[in-house]
Write a protein that binds this ligand. Structure first.
Ligand code: NOJ
Length: 738
């Protein structure tokens, strides 16, 4: 691996030496002083965020823009900044923003892949690398992390979040916030995080992007809001509203969300920006009459900055004159914006150091971190007859449209990633094996099977075949929902064709979402699910294939047999008629059967009940055995701490890492409680034959939920707890809370 890495970047070293200057109070005091000197027009200018290419220079010079997005050229950034700082009356600097979602130049696995690491530390490292690189270009504000809990893989944006679990999403989100913001926002390599999309956007009906959501207040509070609360408490500097409406109210005009909950309940003091034109889109929703009305509704609901509707800059002055928006609301918004700019140190340091930025070395530790993250994110789903690892030096067939696709393996939202730096699996495998390369298909949607005969002939000459399938980057992400989640094009046929050779077949899936791969599993001996692994995906996958490292990723989303099962998630409420496992399936129904109930439980006639793979699932080249969970005490007070441990043993014959997961069920509640909820997890590395006791502490207060009285409380009663390697394994032990 060494050859891919060079030395620690100069920027990273420099960043660690810059100390935090200025306190938060100072930022607030300075913001108040400046605010007092501003005209209404200047204040409204600060509330306007504009994308590059929209006549920025004049607007900046006139003080009519507070922030820009999508500009990443340091020279261009400095030119616009100069107009704002040196030509506008008050010289207020702009904040430069960008969607730095999973890396800037060095691309890490997509966030869903990062969540599969169950390793907040590596995720934090990734965000730090992204901040160092982006800040060097002048980008001091990223629209990340996306905290939308998502339970429907049809939704293309599942790629951008941490999957279906609120706790995992919270931990990954907090890690990103820490990584982006560093020790202090004022450091030159610190970038303000933006927690998004507030709120409930991941619950789009039918998994169709931008769609309405039907979320009860309780479900919102128990499932969708906790990651936002956790990251708000962790000091996330900004928040973005969402495109969706909840129960008829678009988030950008939702005073209850943006004021009552965010400000009054949580006491959060950051800055709120809309999503791209989401204020203007309240017109299409049928919530605002026109752009003027939408500006009024957004500001009065609690929005501070308008991304790209131009409604604020066009109408707020008149709205204030008419008394529809008070100047107090404007002052609130502008103060939040100015405080952020002071905290970022932009007034002292508005310009990008173009010389330093040209010297940033994107190799070294950055690539090492991206490699480590990709290594930990791949999930081994099947490994019959130890098809993996494949012995180094073997002759292998490498085929499939994702084997040598440097751009596609970076995944969605990788605008600034450099495909020239990307190392593909083909390139990396060539350094380990005697590779026969036959692409088979040119891209993931390719249906042209004319070269399949060559692939099969090549397979017969190889010791094993590795087929790289999945999705091109464009098939997931924003506005890329799918109703059919099978492999696109002729990829399934390609796997089946290779299987006909009788050689061991390893399928590696690189995709933006959990696809429905049941039929493909049947045609391969082993399957590694790598998501879109980013710049260093190739070396990471190659090292997993050759067994240098054993896979340790775990699924952050349930994998379905069929898209028709969506939404499907492990932490669901039970029905009154849960599936027993003995249900009659479609093929067992006799022809001409009378109208019988077939068991009267909650399942599908065709796909049954269970998922293909449960949340938290993932194999390794070794095996682990779990002892019985040992509770320090089975009776706990509401202010107590649950302490539990389990003996974990590596029973296989290679070093491997297991993610030990702690799940809890509140057996009876004043409202129905989920069948299981993830409460803790830990990655544990063990040598072959080694065992260790893995202990967890869980304050009982973390068993609280929003109950029948819409109060956040721990209800006394019986609980069950599991310690296991996935959400469907392990034997429960009971405890009670008094
Ligand atoms: C729209 C997306 O929903 C949001 O996530 C993104 O940050 C903005 N566009 C800005 O690009």
């Amino acid at each position: 691996m060494k050859k891919y890495f060079r030395n620690l970047t100069a920027a990273a070293v420099l960043a660690s030496l810059v100390s935090c200057s200025g306190t938060s109070d100072e930022a607030e005091r300075k913001a108040d002083e400046l605010l007092a000197r501003m005209t209404l027009r200047e204040k409204i200018g600060q509330m306007n965020q504009v994308s590059g290419g929209y006549g920025l220079m004049d607007m900046a010079a006139a003080g009519e823009v507070g922030s820009i997005l999508n500009c990443v050229d340091p020279v261009e950034i400095n030119a616009v900044q100069k107009a704002a700082v040196e030509e506008s009356r008050l010289g207020i600097p702009l904040i430069v923003s960008r969607d730095v979602i999973h890396g800037f130049r060095t691309i890490f696995p997509i966030p869903l892949g990062q969540a599969a690491t169950f390793d907040p530390e590596i995720v934090e490292r990734g965000a730090r690398v992204a901040a160092v690189e982006a800040c060097a270009s002048g980008v001091r504000w990223t629209f990340s992390p996306m905290l939308d809990v998502a339970r429907d893989p049809r939704w293309g944006r599942v790629a951008e979040g941490s999957g279906e679990d609120p706790y995992l999403t919270s931990l990954m989100g907090m890690a990103m916030v820490r990584g982006y913001q560093g020790d202090c926002l004022g450091e030159e390599s610190s970038m303000a995080a933006c927690i998004k999309h507030f709120a409930g956007y991941g619950a789009a009906e039918g998994g169709r992007d931008y769609n309405s959501t039907m979320i009860s207040e309780r479900s919102l509070r128990n499932t969708y809001l906790p990651p936002f609360k956790a990251c708000a408490d962790a000091g996330a500097a900004t928040l973005m509203t969402s495109f969706n409406e909840i129960d008829g109210v678009p988030s950008t005009g939702n005073r209850w969300l943006l004021k009552d909950i965010l400000r009054d309940e949580w006491g959060w003091d950051g800055m709120v920006v809309t999503d791209w034109n989401s204020a203007g889109e309240m017109i299409a929703h049928g919530f605002s009459r026109d752009l003027e009305h939408s500006a009024e509704q957004a500001v009065n609901a609690g929005v501070d900055m308008d991304m790209m509707s131009f409604g604020f800059i066009s109408h707020l002055e008149q709205l204030v004159k008419d008394g529809a928006v008070s100047e107090k609301e404007i002052d609130r918004a502008v103060r939040n914006i100015l405080v952020l700019k002071y905290r970022l140190g932009l007034f002292d340091n508005p310009y990008v150091d173009t010389e330093a930025s040209a010297k940033v070395d994107y190799a070294g530790e950055h690539l090492e971190a991206a490699y480590q993250c990709a290594l930990e994110s791949a999930v081994l789903l099947k490994n019959d007859d130890s098809a993996l690892p494949i012995k180094c030096g073997s002759r292998i067939l490498v085929t499939g449209p994702l084997a040598d696709a440097p751009y596609e393996q970076m995944g969605t939202w990788a605008f600034d990633g450099q495909k020239e730096h990307t190392v593909t699996p083909l390139a990396a495998l060539r350094q380990i094996y005697d590779v026969i390369w036959e692409p088979g298909l040119v891209y993931s949607r390719d249906k042209d099977k004319s070269s399949f005969s060559k692939v099969r002939a090549a397979a017969s000459k190889a010791d094993a075949a590795v087929v790289f399938v999945g999705e091109e980057a464009i098939l997931s992400g924003e506005a890329h929902s799918l109703s059919d989640l099978c492999l696109q094009g002729a990829q399934s046929e390609l796997i089946a064709e290779v299987a006909k050779s009788g050689k061991p077949v390893v399928a590696v899936v690189m995709a933006g979402r959990p696809l429905t791969i049941e039929r493909d599993l049947a045609n391969c001996d082993a399957m590694l699910y790598a998501f879109h692994p980013g710049t260093m995906g190739g070396p990471a996958i190659a090292d997993l294939i050759c067994g240098k490292v054993s896979p340790s990723g775990k699924l952050p989303m349930t994998m379905l047999r069929d898209a028709g099962q969506a939404p499907f998630y492990y932490n669901h409420n039970n029905t009154g008629r849960p599936c027993s496992g003995n249900e009659t399936l479609l093929h067992d129904i006799p022809v001409g059967a009378g109208q019988t109930s077939l068991g009267c439980t909650s399942y599908y006639l065709d796909t049954g009940y269970g998922p293909l793979f449960p949340f938290g699932y993932g194999l390794s080249y070794s095996s682990f055995s779990y002892g019985k969970p040992e509770l320090e005490s089975c009776v706990l007070e509401r202010d107590g701490i649950l302490r539990v441990s389990v003996l974990l043993e590596n029973t296989g014959n290679c070093a491997a890492t297991e993610v030990v997961q702690l799940y809890v069920q509140d057996c009876v509640g004043s409202v129905v409680r989920p069948v299981k909820e993830l409460k803790r997890f830990r990655r544990v590395a063990l040598a072959p034959g080694e065992s260790c006791t893995v202990g967890f502490e869980l304050p009982v207060s973390e068993l609280a939920f929003w109950n029948a009285d819409m109060k956040h409380v721990v209800e006394p009663g019986d609980f069950r707890l599991w310690l296991a390697g996935d959400s469907a394994s392990g034997e429960p032990v009971g405890f009670c809370v008094r």
